[in-house]
Design a binder for this molecule. Structure first.
Ligand code: MN
Length: 257
């Protein structure tokens, strides 16, 4: 798969803004199709960032256990700050600051709200959003529902940040552990260690103050795997650390989660 660029995302956005054609099928698609992504993020803790494009931004939840295809699983999803659309295809290294660590683009595709939930702002405010995913790994009908705030964390409006991500029963539901069966990137087809082993992994500059980053045993294991991959010669010899300056592809963000 060719590496997707900002250009392509901008093209998609522009595409969505073009005047509606007369064809009903195209009209429906352009009105309802927007991107979603799931980024596997090894920061201070491993989690999966679930993001839905809405109104020019990525509405985001951090899902510690990741999404499940089993409708019996109610996965905790902490609402976090919206992210810029341009972050939606990012995978690589966040060298410092909030969210410092490694990001794998675990899934992406398009989504649309299900009937009765077309007013996404109202649904988010009400605390229930039923939606359909057309991803590589995640498909079909899902719901995000806000709960009572198990950890007492609220947003600026005093609403709970605690949501649950649940798969609805349909042909795409099942007991399979999709996180284990399909752990790798939909962009590079690698995992954390493959990204670290790249000569020049993409680097995302965070401008948030440091709140702790990837630490501990898991990161050490991944670095060891990356070193082993390099030693095997599966990647070209070069810098061991991601380059932060002009040699690395730089992106900017105001926040990271
Ligand atoms: Mn995150």
């Amino acid at each position: 798969m060719p590496q997707r660029s900002l250009k392509e995302y901008k093209a998609k956005r522009n595409f969505a803004k073009t005047p509606e054609p007369s064809g009903q099928k195209a009209k429906t698609k352009r009105q309802k199709s927007r991107m979603f992504c799931v980024q596997k993020h090894l920061a201070s803790h491993l989690h999966y960032d679930f993001r839905l494009e809405h109104n020019g931004t990525l509405v985001s939840w951090a899902v510690p256990k990741g999404p499940s295809l089993n409708p019996k699983d109610k996965r905790l999803a902490m609402r976090v700050e919206d992210h810029p659309i341009d972050y939606g295809d990012f995978e690589g290294v966040i060298p410092e600051g909030y969210g410092a660590g490694i990001v794998v683009l675990w899934d992406d595709g398009t989504w649309y709200p299900e009937p009765g939930f077309e007013d996404v702002d109202a649904a988010l405010q009400k605390g229930e959003l039923k939606f359909h995913l057309e991803g590589v790994k995640l498909k079909g009908s899902w719901v995000l529902v806000r709960t009572g705030g198990r950890y007492g964390r609220t947003d600026a409006q005093g609403e709970s940040r605690t949501w649950l991500l649940i798969k609805h029963r349909d042909e795409w539901a099942g007991a399979i552990d999709v996180l284990k069966v399909a752990p790798k990137s939909v962009k590079s087809f690698g995992d954390f260690e493959d990204i670290l082993a790249q000569d020049k992994p993409d680097v995302w500059e965070s401008h948030m103050p440091a709140k702790g980053g990837a630490t501990g045993k898991m990161l050490q294991e991944i670095i060891a795997k990356a070193a082993a991959l390099k030693a095997k010669g599966t990647t070209k010899k070069s810098a061991k650390k991601p380059r932060k300056a002009a040699t690395a592809k730089r992106r900017k963000a105001t926040s990271k989660a």
